[in-house]
Design a protein around this ligand. Sequence first.
Ligand code: CDP
Ligand code: CDP
Length: 202
Amino acid sequence: MIFTVAIDGPAAAGKGTISKAVAAHFGFAHLDTGLLYRAVGAKVLAGADPVAAAKALDPVDLENDSLRTPQVAEAASEVAVIPDVRAALVAFQKTFARRDGGAVLDGRDIGTVICPDAEVKLFVTASAECRAERRWQELRGRGMAVELENVIADVKARDERDSSRATAPLVAAADAVVIDTSDLSIDQAVAEAVAVISDKMK
Ligand code: CDP
Ligand code: CDP
């Protein structure tokens, strides 16, 4: 069975949380595509060439907790502007999206570029303040001492770069269902996503 759920949206909107829950609910595989760009960003911070790093990316490169820092997020959004970096990562994502048994992919361009034929497209969003506050709590929970003001500025700058780039900008697909999680608990957001997907499976 080929069934793709594309989940796009800005930073810390709840894409990953919803994706994991939805994948578990329906028994689908899940790919956090932000990790691909974070892994390339981390290699560039360590001195690598961005395009060479993207071409040489290995799945083991994605299994690293250090990819979750604000510095790596920033580096990820900088390499994500480079068309040849994006091109090097497309085939892996397209194959994953159309794998047998169902797939959930979350990122910025899944419903627009990676899988325009996805059976379900969700655009998960929330106010910038709400997203930054959640990311701040999350980073603090991981023991990272960061200022809320800095996280708000980082998240806004990254959204601006992601939305304004020429190649595969962050934008809701015309046929995406928008879920604003600003006033939703995790359970409520997941329930909304499950309802939309169940409806499309009928
Ligand atoms: O994947 P993305 O960057 O869009 O966001 P996430 O990592 O799923 O969520 C960012 C943070 O917000 C996590 O700590 C979630 O637990 C939290 N969250 C929340 O408080 N309420 C929601 N409705 C969704 C996520
Ligand atoms: O978790 P969060 O939403 O903060 O970020 P992420 O999903 O891990 O993505 C990190 C960065 O990678 C984003 O700011 C984008 O610049 C880039 N990205 C992208 O360009 N296309 C994707 N499909 C996924 C991420």
